[in-house]
Design a protein around this ligand. Sequence first.
Ligand code: PLP
Length: 462
Amino acid sequence: MQTELDLKQAYAAARPASQAAFQRAQRVLAGGAGHDLRFARPMPLYIARAKGSRKWDLDGHEYIDFLMGNGALLLGHAAPEVVAAIQEALAHGTHFGNDHLPQIEWAEQIRRLMPSAERIRFVNSGTEATHLALRVARACTGRTRILRFAGHFHGWHDGVVHGFQPPFEADGSTGVPAGVRTESILIADGDLNRVEHALATDDDIAGILIEPSGGSWGRQPLDPQFLHGLREITARRNRLLIFDEVITGFRYSPGGAQELYGVRPDLTCLAKIVAGGMPGGALAGRADLMAAFELTGVTHHDRFERVAHQGTFNAAPLSVAAGLATLRRIASGEPTRQADSAAAHLRERWEEVLERHGVAGYVYGVSSTFHVYFETDPRRLDAASTRSDLYTVDPARLKGMPGELVATYQRALRSFGADNMSCTGGVLSAAHTAEDIDRSTEIFEATVLHLRDAGVVKPMPD
Ligand SMILES: Cc1ncc(COP(=O)(O)O)c(C=O)c1O
């Protein structure tokens, strides 16, 4: 039996180049990594190249990839048409600082897929998209506060950095002025009465910002009826409904979660897939709201009565090229069907692994996503007689798996040959094959057995 210490040591020993990179990184990178979630012990993963569903680290180890560029890749790594489009654009220059025709084609393509995107303003990331959405919502309603849901993630700017990880009421980061917190009202999702009450008792709420998948790309499952209810309440009370489709956009369906669930928001935040694996994002929405950007030539209006927005790299040519090539292929519906079917297959096979080994937990997810939840609370285990008794939608539970369990899971998964997206979940792409599912099921099984032997997951009660 391989102990956790054995695994950790073997993992590090097999990755000398990665160890050396980590030594260098700690001397020059703040926090030792480029993103909070990339940091890992004994060292982060250092990737040298990626293709299709796979990627390879500095030491030559191959991984089946369920991170897929933080969810930005639905066609897989280095999809030939995306690479070709970038190469073609590259030959014409990387950045003009001027507008260009492909930007308009990109916007037209987005609108074809997502009819609520009547007008579009390009930005550089999901964080920028939600930041701009809040500004437009406030500008258009004359109201200040935003209703948000505990556990939903909207990027790292001051206005949204708190509230996505438990304890949800606590600060999300140091360095954020205390007053900013009060500009968001944070409530639990799933209960329309609570939403109705919040809007009825606070006239200063401009709109509602939500991940339509449920918090953290569906790690907290959400009944789509809740979205329909939000649409009805916000329309009746004249507040805005803002979907953060940074992950779900063009993944949940070619028209995003709004198409899958049949709910049309007022504003939509986009990033990741929209830019085909290059940096990019967009705020899209109702023409009358997006008119807040319009320059009229009247000095007072243009200086004081509109939403200001700049950005050196908005709709930069290489991002436009990658985004357009990606969305054109997604428009056929085929990539979504392939990725969804691969993910459904994976969820089924991984669930069987938990069942076969009697481990307390379950696998769930929508579209091309999956999440694994391990139950470790003895009280809940005592009360459970079947696997479905473990099921929970409580965000504090779903996001409250012990840190040691999550770190061990991630390390074991990598050491056996797969990488996930965050915590214990991942996303698939059209490049994932049946063979990837077979192989990843073996990897998941080895991981689960390791966790069981390490004592960090619990058996299902008899
Ligand atoms: C739902 C959601 N919104 C916003 C963001 C922030 O996007 P970015 O990392 O591009 O700033 C993310 C990032 O993962 C996200 O998942």
